[in-house]
Every structure is written in C-alpha cells, then in structure tokens.
Write a protein that binds this ligand. Structure first.
Ligand SMILES: Cc1ncc(COP(=O)(O)O)c(C=O)c1O
Length: 401
C-alpha cells in the first residue's frame, strides 16, 4: 500500500471490461473512423430515447454548431443563451457568425429563466412580419438555447411555449443531461434539437464526443452532411457501394465521431442505468450527510424532475467569492478536488471586449457564481469518500469565516 494520501478527484470515468472489449472489437475490424460502431451507438441512444434521429459528433460543441447550421442560423441572427453556462454554448453561436444574447438563470435550478427570456424579448425586440428584430442592432432573434444545468432539466414547458409564441427554434444544450427526465419525458425526446456531450467527465463518456438527437426525420441527412464536410456520401457508404465518387454540397464541418470512440459509447450505453443509479446514490449520500450542516444550501430538484447528477452543486449561505475560494483551497489541501460551475460568461475577457454587458446585469448568475462549489461526484465514489468530503467541508466552513 502506498503512503501517499488518497486523492478524491472531481470526476472519474467508470471504465470496465466492456469498454475494453468494444474498443478491441473496433481495432480488430480495422474500421476506425465513423462506421458500424457509430451506427450501433446511435441506435442504442435512439432506442433508449425512442427518438427518430441520433447523429454522433466529435463533441457537444460541434453538435451545437451543426444543429444551428441545420436550422439556418448565421450572420445577422441572434440566439438566447444563459449567462450561466460553459463557453461552448455561446461560442457555437459565434462560430455561426450569429450573436449570443444572454439571459439570467433561476436561483433554484441554475437553469435559463423563462421570465428573464420574456423580459429580454419585451425590452429589446419588435415583431416585424413575424420576426423578432432587435431594436438596438437590427439582428433577428432566431432561437433559444437552454442548458440543463448539472443534468436537471430546464423548464421546457415554459421555454417551448415562448418559442412557439415567438416562432423561435430551440436547441437544447443537454451536455450534462443524458438520462434526465421531467414527468416521464426524457431529455432528448421531441422536435427540438438536443445535444449531449460525451466528454471524459460526463455521465456517458467516449473520451471526447457528442450527439444531436431529434424527432424531426427530415433533419437527419442535413445533420449528417453538416457533420461531414457537406459530402453527399460518407466513407462507409462509398466503400460498401463500391462507388468512390461523391459530391460536395456545401463546405460543412468536420465533426464526425470516430468508431474507436463510439466503441466506448456502446459499452457505456449498455450500463447507462447502472451509471445513473450510482450517481443518484452518491447524490443521496451527500443529501443525507449535508442535512443540518449549517452554512450550506443543498441542490434543489424541481418536483417531477429526475436529474442525472452530472454535478452536485452546493451553495454557501454566507460570504462571497473570496470565501468560496478559501474553502476550495482548504479542500484541495486535504486532497479533495471540487470545481466551480460556472464562471458567468460576462466575466470573461472575450465577452467584455466583444459584447461589454456588465456582469451585474445578470445578478442571479453573479450571486450563484460567488457561492457555488461543485463537490466530487462520479459513479465509483464511495460512501467513505463522500463522508470525507463532507467532514472536510464542515471543517473548512468553520475555519474560513
Ligand atoms: C453546458 C455545456 N455545454 C457544452 C459543453 C461542451 O461539451 P464538449 O466538451 O463535448 O464539446 C460543456 C462541456 O463541459 C458544457 O458544460
């Protein structure tokens, strides 16, 4: 046994024999780029979600960009994005030459606040021939891009209703939310384009990877083409049909998922219920252990929601950013590695130089950011580790006044 203290990482993928077997199967088949393993992985996701279309991509970021491209969003268009998200949500909009427009989030769920969306639309846009045109910039609002923070579904009933009222498309950033449900409706079901991430710390991982799903069958071919150079035929189809020729229909992205990565996805889909159950178990331990710990606000789950527990975000009842950082430093000295989700977008250099909205315009995001600590959560985290995290957190709270 090593004398080194055991580190508790923020996240750790759960990789077993099934993953090794599937990767070997792909290596032995000698088809490494998108091909049969991708098709099998997509079919497994389609079956779980009972959705019509699933297109695997190289990341959620590329899947978001492909989705926006397929919806025809480009220069002169605007897309509403929460201020409290990872940069990828907004940068996918910028990559399309469109403009992300920020809205604040709900204090309880950290998710895009439908009331903030309504306020922003009322304050900034005018209806002109069925379009919402910005009074300040003359851009047209085309879509909403809610994020299911930490794997808790956003209030899609209200957001979908707003989208219908104003004729907006919806791209759901479900990077954290494969396996989440609201009232029995799985995230990914329906007509919206919904994007999952399979980055290494996500609920299901392919190392790097993503997927876009929808019930709109007519979008499947455009999605596949946008993800692969705008080619009329992919490599596997050309090989199988013995016709090496293809057409280029438009300069699409290079955003396909290799079979080598899809192999991990197949294995992980085979035990997705187990993965989610383990995460729920860890969240349940934290819930119990943190009950009655003064100074900590536990995550709140909306009635009828089943989150994936990609994150376990706690809030400090008191103190600001500096205290939060001292508490994190104390945990780190004790070999526990929490994280912070998220740094609000308006705080970043790029954002300030480009759009200039002051962080204070998004007070809920600012307040959450200053108080948030994401505790380690992953399927193989043990009860003893959860106890150690909470005990150390209690000590840190007492020490960092
Ligand atoms: C909310 C959100 N959207 C998008 C992404 C991007 O995912 P990917 O790394 O698969 O591109 C992330 C990554 O963590 C995320 O947290």
């Amino acid at each position: 046994m090593s004398d080194l203290p055991q580190e508790i990482p923020f996240s750790e993928p759960w990789i077993g024999q099934a993953e090794a077997r599937e990767v070997l199967r792909v290596l032995r088949r000698r088809w490494l780029t998108s091909g049969p393993a991708c098709a099998e992985f997509e079919a497994a996701v389609r079956e779980r979600l009972s959705c019509a279309v699933a297109v695997a991509t190289s990341s959620a970021t590329s899947a978001l960009e492909v989705s926006l491209a397929v919806l025809g969003i480009g220069p002169g268009d605007e897309v509403i994005v929460p201020a409290y998200t990872f940069t990828a949500t907004a940068s996918s909009v910028i990559h399309r030459g469109a403009r992300p427009v920020l809205c604040d989030v709900e204090a309880e769920t950290f998710n895009l606040d439908p009331a903030a969306v309504e306020r922003r639309i009322a304050a900034e846009y005018t209806q002109q021939e069925g379009r919402l045109v910005s009074r300040r910039r003359s851009g047209t609002l085309k879509a909403l891009m809610p994020v299911h923070f930490g794997g808790q579904p956003a209030d899609m009933e209200r957001l979908d209703a707003l989208a219908r009222e104003f004729g907006l498309a919806v791209v759901e950033d479900a990077a954290h939310a494969l396996g989440a449900e609201t009232r029995g409706r799985k995230v990914g079901q329906g007509e919206n384009l919904t994007v999952f991430s399979f980055y290494s710390n996500k609920n299901l991982t392919t190392g790097e990877g993503g997927m876009v799903v929808t019930d709109r069958r007519e979008l499947e071919t455009p999605l596949r083409r946008w993800a692969l150079h705008g080619l009329s035929k992919d490599n596997l189809t050309r090989t199988q049909t013995g016709t090496p020729l293809y057409d280029v229909l438009f300069p699409g992205l290079k955003a396909n998922l290799p079979d080598l990565s899809a192999a991990l996805g197949i294995a992980q889909m085979g035990r997705i219920e187990q993965i989610l159950a383990r995460r729920r178990r860890v969240a349940g331990w934290y819930d119990r252990l943190l009950q009655g710990v003064p100074g900590i606000v536990r995550p709140r789950v909306r009635a009828d929601c089943r989150p994936t527990w990609h994150l376990y975000p706690v809030l400090l009842a008191e103190g600001g950013e500096a205290r939060r950082d001292r508490i994190i430093a104390t945990l780190k000295r004790a070999h526990i590695h929490p994280s912070v989700h998220f740094i609000p977008l308006p705080r970043f250099t790029f954002w300030q130089e480009t759009f200039g909205d002051p962080p204070a315009d998004y007070p809920v995001s600012e307040n959450l950011y200053a108080r948030e600590i994401s505790l380690p959560i992953f399927p193989t985290l043990t009860m003893a580790q959860a106890r150690q995290v909470v005990a150390t957190l209690e000590e840190a709270l007492a020490r960092c006044r």
